[in-house]
Design a protein. Sequence first.
Length: 116
Amino acid sequence: QVQFVESGGGLVQPGGSLRLSCAASGRTFSGYALGWFRQAPGKEREFVAVISWSDSFTVYADSVKGRFTISRNNAQNTVYLQMNSLKPEDTAVYYCNVRPPRGDYWGQGTQVTVSS
């Protein structure tokens, strides 16, 4: 059974930083792109960033470009999201998944709240 476990969320002031981690278990994701997604209250889940298996290709949503950085450690089956210059509109539950996402892979997510 595949499981993604996200961690690293919390409450941070505008302009602050957080680093999210996502550990995958149940299988390795050799050859798969991994992505971060988020869902704000009352909104649909949206794409944030994706990284290819080889680390050579990344894509970001326009709303986070230049502020967020996605990375992965294939040996540890883990993907990261470094978030800098956080804004209140970044407040959401953050999830990781393969890209394109599989419905049966969604985890519990980690809450990120940006507020003064």
